[in-house]
Design a protein around this ligand. Structure first.
Ligand SMILES: [Zn+2]
Length: 139
């Protein structure tokens, strides 16, 4: 239970870029029922692809890393402990595709440049190959 102490992802400061993800819930209404339900499930994250929420453990954490040449690229933070800003994504090729089309990853990671998603795509494909029927699109 020590993981509750650290909160690496700051949910503030994404007001302009977040779009429909921004929630404006008045805090004046106190609904302990809701708060209890949320805390019972554990940390919940929003997939940048399909925008659905899911438990932290069900989503991949994607971060920006730089290779030896200093070129930024997206990588999957499999241990969910790498420093910096992270984006959350279902291990689903469809979610990755949607996130790419919307540039949601770059937006979530505050990186306006072109990011190489090949490492993430490969990771997702491997996940699918292990659990799914093995239909990896040859792109
Ligand atoms: Zn998703």
């Amino acid at each position: 239970m020590t993981s509750r102490m650290t909160r690496p992802v700051a949910r503030r400061g994404r007001l302009s870029a977040a779009g429909p993800d921004v929630r404006l819930l008045p805090l004046s209404r106190r609904t302990p029922r809701t708060a209890k339900a949320v805390s019972g499930v554990g940390p919940v994250r929003t997939c940048v692809g399909c925008r659905a929420t899911g438990p932290r453990s069900a989503l991949l954490r994607v971060v920006v890393a730089t290779d030896a040449a200093g070129v930024p690229a997206l990588v999957v933070d499999a241990g969910r402990r790498m420093p910096g800003r992270g984006a959350w994504l279902h291990p689903d090729p469809g979610c990755l595709e949607t996130a790419e089309r919307r540039r949601a990853l770059g937006r979530a990671l505050r990186n306006a440049g072109l990011l190489d998603v090949s490492a993430v795509r490969r990771y997702v494909a491997e996940q699918q190959g292990m659990s799914g029927p093995g239909q990896i699109p040859a792109s």
